[in-house]
Ligand binder design. Structure first.
Ligand SMILES: *[C@@H]1O[C@H](CO)[C@@H](O)[C@H](O)[C@H]1NC(C)=O
Ligand SMILES: *[C@@H]1O[C@H](CO)[C@@H](O)[C@H](O)[C@H]1NC(C)=O
Ligand SMILES: *[C@@H]1O[C@H](CO)[C@@H](O)[C@H](O)[C@H]1NC(C)=O
Ligand SMILES: *[C@@H]1O[C@H](CO)[C@@H](O)[C@H](O)[C@H]1NC(C)=O
Ligand SMILES: *[C@@H]1O[C@H](CO)[C@@H](O)[C@H](O)[C@H]1NC(C)=O
Ligand SMILES: *[C@@H]1O[C@H](CO)[C@@H](O)[C@H](O)[C@H]1NC(C)=O
Ligand SMILES: *[C@@H]1O[C@H](CO)[C@@H](O)[C@H](O)[C@H]1NC(C)=O
Ligand SMILES: *[C@@H]1O[C@H](CO)[C@@H](O)[C@H](O)[C@H]1NC(C)=O
Ligand SMILES: *[C@@H]1O[C@H](CO)[C@@H](O)[C@H](O)[C@H]1NC(C)=O
Ligand SMILES: *[C@@H]1O[C@H](CO)[C@@H](O)[C@H](O)[C@H]1NC(C)=O
Ligand SMILES: *[C@@H]1O[C@H](CO)[C@@H](O)[C@H](O)[C@H]1NC(C)=O
Length: 467
């Protein structure tokens, strides 16, 4: 029985260990960087390293130039949240005073990615218009902007129609063409603006500099463009638990396109697309200011799975408003009952002690009195005379008053044997059932005491002889 249990246990451990091993291996054996770009699942470079739901996640790294590609798109950044940055060339046209001398335009297919609405379609040039045409099925849609000017604009950084114009980009587009054209036959601008440029660029990543850009766009040929990505085309609800989102992660429907993305739960960090990619953040020790704990004052931070706790030393309570410790305050009513209870108990205790002492003293006093009476009534003398009787075998027993009372059944009248001038004689029965005569004497002065004692002595000797 024991062995069986052990066996099962070992098997369980083995299974856990081996699954961990597989996950670890697939991570370790996959290339995680290409140049400056880090690559994480579902993206990957070789078979088994990327999620093969569509070919867009199959990346290639040119080991010579250290450039990363998805198909023909050069990838410069990948984000778990469903964004991807690529570098995209500008289109341009150049003119001499009369004719078009040089020009290129690009038609781009974004594989399974789609354009994000974080991009701007931008044109640079005087007396130029630029058009972006997207095709959906066999239909095409165009958008664009127009820039007219007859001299170099003075203002830097402003793209507002003078030498530079832009327009937002419709998202979800997968295939588009960008062109720039001279607006009319006007030739006067060709000296300061020989070429007209059109490009897509991530919002905020291009700042127009008229004098330089109208000449040659600062020789920049490629701009960063944001794309959206997601997995598959179904929603999280449709997928149930079959999404690839790992432990401690959430499946989120893509807000920009069909399909879903994964996200680590709050308090976890890592790659949500791997089975155990999302790891607990130790808020107590992290250097990241976003995740750092906010325990303050004397409260100490304790890391928990997915969150943290602020703990206070004993005698302190946590104030959740600023996560600092405050001394515990005692509720008032509790104090009053405590005081009342304490006083009562104390009082009772004192009373008890006083009563005890009193009782003890009473007892001592009564013993003292008895002793005194014993002496006064000749008890001492009797004892002395008895011992003074020498080595005689006089067997005298001194009874206590209680003993006598018991023997006479409380000096009962029926026990009276006779009455004389000096006292009354009772029939007594001792605890050992022997019957005795007890004389209760009425003593007045000490001379009578002596007489009584002599009587006792004589009696005891007679008694002895009889035995
Ligand atoms: C990597 O980044 C550094 C610094 O930003 C840059 O100098 C270098 O050219 C980059 N390398 C590649 C291959 O992009
Ligand atoms: C990608 O962008 C994120 C922020 O969006 C940044 O933290 C990361 O360093 C970037 N990676 C590369 C390779 O540029
Ligand atoms: C991944 O991409 C590379 C280069 O584009 C290609 O040679 C390879 O066949 C692709 N792999 C698969 C499984 O499609
Ligand atoms: C890498 O890039 C260089 C320069 O663009 C090119 O000559 C070479 O063929 C590329 N290598 C691969 C494997 O594509
Ligand atoms: C402009 O370019 C065209 C074509 O290259 C050429 O025929 C023409 O002579 C050029 N005009 C001038 C003024 O250089
Ligand atoms: C991406 O590709 C998959 C399979 O090829 C397809 O089902 C899905 O609709 C595509 N997603 C987009 C947004 O084009
Ligand atoms: C742009 O390239 C031209 C030659 O192609 C060169 O003469 C010029 O200095 C470059 N300008 C900048 C800003 O790099
Ligand atoms: C998904 O859930 C069903 C029932 O809820 C279960 O039978 C199945 O094993 C689960 N699949 C996975 C991959 O967790
Ligand atoms: C937090 O609030 C308490 C109560 O007002 C205050 O005594 C304490 O100084 C505050 N601590 C911090 C760190 O602000
Ligand atoms: C907690 O601290 C705040 C100020 O930081 C204070 O306003 C509040 O009264 C405190 N709460 C308690 C229960 O003392
Ligand atoms: C501390 O941070 C948590 C989130 O980590 C937040 O919910 C809470 O309000 C913060 N508390 C204070 C006192 O700043």
């Amino acid at each position: 029985m024991m062995n069986k249990v052990h066996g099962l246990f070992l098997v369980a451990i083995f299974i856990i260990a081996s699954t961990k091993l597989v996950i670890g291996q697939s991570l370790r054996s996959c290339q995680t960087r290409c140049g400056n770009v880090s690559i994480e699942y579902p993206f990957g470079i070789s078979t088994g390293c990327y999620y093969a739901v569509h070919a867009s996640f199959n990346l290639t790294c040119n080991e010579t130039t250290k450039e990363l590609f998805s198909g023909k798109l050069q990838v410069i950044n990948i984000s778990h949240s469903g964004e991807l940055r690529i570098l995209k060339s500008r289109s341009y046209t150049c003119y001499n005073s009369t004719d078009l001398t040089e020009g290129t335009f690009y038609t781009t297919t974004l594989r399974n990615f789609t354009l994000s609405n974080k991009n701007r379609f931008t044109a640079v040039g005087c007396n130029t218009y630029a058009v972006m045409t997207t095709t959906i099925g066999d239909r095409s849609y165009s958008t664009g902007c127009l820039s007219l000017c007859d001299s170099t604009p003075k203002e830097n950084g402003v793209c507002s129609g003078e030498g530079c114009c832009y327009t937002p980009v419709p998202k979800r587009r997968k295939r588009f063409r960008i062109r720039s054209r001279r607006f009319d036959g006007e030739t006067s601008v060709s000296e300061f603006n020989p070429c007209f440029y059109a490009f897509l660029v991530e919002e905020g990543m291009f700042s127009f500099s008229p004098s330089q850009d109208l000449q040659n766009l600062r020789n920049v040929t490629e701009f960063p463009v944001v794309l959206d990505w997601s997995i598959g085309s179904r929603t999280c609800e449709q997928l149930g638990n079959t999404s690839i989102c790992g432990q401690n992660s959430l499946c989120l429907d893509s807000t920009t396109r069909t399909g879903y993305n994964c996200k680590c739960k709050a308090g976890y960090d890592g790659n949500p697309y791997l089975p155990d990619g999302c790891q607990d953040i130790n808020e107590c020790t992290t250097s990241s200011s976003i995740h750092k704990h906010n325990c303050s004052g004397s409260s100490s931070c304790e890391n928990m799975m997915g969150h943290f706790l602020c703990r206070c030393p004993s005698g302190f309570d946590l104030n959740a408003t600023n996560n600092s410790c405050m001394r515990k305050h005692k509720p008032e009513y509790y104090g009053w009952t405590q005081i009342l209870l304490g006083t009562t108990v104390g009082f009772l205790a004192i009373l008890l002690v006083v009563i005890c002492v009193q009782q003890k003293m009473k007892h001592m006093k009564s013993i003292e009195l008895r002793k005194q009476f014993f002496e006064q009534n000749g008890g001492g003398m009797l004892r002395q005379r008895l011992s003074g009787a020498g080595p005689s075998n006089v067997d005298v027993k001194i009874f206590t008053e209680e003993g006598m009372k018991k023997a006479t059944n409380g000096y009962e009248e029926s026990r009276i044997l006779g009455q004389g001038g000096q006292g009354t004689v009772y029939k007594g029965i001792l605890p050992d059932s022997s019957v005795v005569a007890i004389k209760k004497s009425r003593l007045g002065d000490s001379s009578q005491v002596e007489q009584f004692i002599n009587e006792v002595l004589v009696l005891s000797q007679i008694n002895h002889r009889n035995c």
